[in-house]
Design a protein around this ligand. Structure first.
Ligand SMILES: O=C(O)CCC(=O)C(=O)O
Ligand SMILES: [Fe+2]
Length: 355
């Protein structure tokens, strides 16, 4: 199927926060003040740590010994977030990709403008989900790009990327797909989902990559690097590029900071997985906070089900667990609706819920 004209959405064009933060300002502009949400600095929090899953052991495990699989199931049920070690991605690829992403955020503004979002499409540099001039903005810049399947890429945007970044992004995207498919396959196994149904849903999944840059902020308590949200995809893999903490997840009503661990990737359950599992696994709200001294960078890779599939609770699970809790919609409709809204916690998932 030819899909070249696909366009998942637009976002109002907003100024670069990285440029703004270079000015000698002591107060942040009104549009970045999130009054209602005071948050403590990361170090004030007691830190229960995220479950750690060893991907190599998980995949090597004989079916009669399933402790790593149980860990995965418990982490996905009770946390919705976990760290993954022994993921098999080469250290050199992770280092090379990191270097190229850091270089991209260091490009002069005139080069970045060539990669900036256009009015009718949100891929490129900018912010996502900006739907009105009154809306609060986040203290960050990001670069967003669709990577898979190949036929829905914005090829002109790919061609404008610095060549080495493009090569590393290609390799990184393939590795992210491998890791996402491996974890999804194991989740399917833990849930007792039909293998065929699982692979049909995810084998040609929609993948996009979001690179985040959070500059130091003169009033960190009044700003947010990334407003509270759950991810709309099935599974997100987050690579924290430097050791500045900022990611917080909502656990039992409290914001818990996830400190970067060298070599580990952070994985979280997205809304699609909550829908597919009919609510057994839950997507979790998270946000990024900023601080006055250090910049922070991360790359989130989103993996969703395949284009052309219908999104809804897996039939093989509903057969076991009874009543369907979510509506069934084409994946494309689901994604377009998602990108047309302001991000607001888990409100989009609520919209997908059946009464
Ligand atoms: O930068 C982070 O740690 C969070 C990024 C994130 O939540 C996202 O890109 O969806
Ligand atoms: Fe997220």
């Amino acid at each position: 199927m030819e899909n070249h004209k696909i366009n998942f959405g637009r976002s109002l064009i907003v100024p670069s926060v990285q440029e703004l933060a270079k000015q000698p300002i002591t107060k942040i502009p009104h549009r970045y003040v999130h009054h209602d949400d005071h948050h403590p600095a990361p170090d004030d929090d007691p830190l229960p740590s995220l479950p750690v899953i060893d991907l190599h052991s998980l995949l090597a495990q004989a079916s009669d010994s399933c402790s790593e699989l149980n860990k995965l199931h418990t982490a996905s049920t009770h946390w919705g977030f976990f760290q993954v070690i022994n993921h098999g991605i080469s250290e050199s690829l992770l280092e090379d990709f990191k270097r190229e992403v850091l270089n991209m955020f260091k490009l002069p503004m005139e080069d970045k403008l060539k990669l900036w979002q256009e009015e009718d499409n949100h891929e490129g540099f900018g912010q996502l989900f900006v739907v009105s001039e009154e809306q609060k903005l986040d203290w960050s810049d990001m670069f967003y790009i669709t990577t898979l399947p190949h036929n829905i890429r914005q090829s002109q945007l790919f061609q404008k990327l610095p060549l080495i970044l493009r090569e590393k992004l290609e390799a990184y995207s393939m590795e992210m797909k491998r890791v996402a498919m491996a974890i999804l396959g194991q989740m399917g196994k833990a849930l007792g989902m039909d293998i065929e149904e699982m692979s049909e849903l995810f084998q040609d999944g929609f993948q996009s990559v979001r690179m985040n840059y959070y500059p130091p902020c003169p009033q960190p308590d009044m700003a947010l690097g990334f407003s509270p949200h759950s991810d709309a995809d099935a599974l997100t893999i987050l690579y924290q590029l430097n050791d500045t903490a900022g990611l917080q997840i909502r656990k039992d009503g409290k914001w818990v900071t996830v400190k970067p661990q060298p070599g580990a990737l952070v994985v979280n359950v997205g809304d699609i997985m909550e829908i597919v599992t009919n609510g057994v696994y839950k997507s979790v709200e998270h946000r990024a906070i900023v601080n006055s001294n250090n910049e922070r960078m991360s790359v989130a890779t989103f993996y969703s089900s395949s284009m052309g599939t219908e999104l809804g609770p897996a039939r093989s699970l509903v057969a076991q667990h009874g009543a369907t809790k979510f509506r069934r919609v084409p994946l494309e409709t689901y994604l377009k609706e998602f990108f047309a809204r302001k991000l607001d916690g888990k409100s989009y998932l609520d919209f997908m819920k059946l009464d």
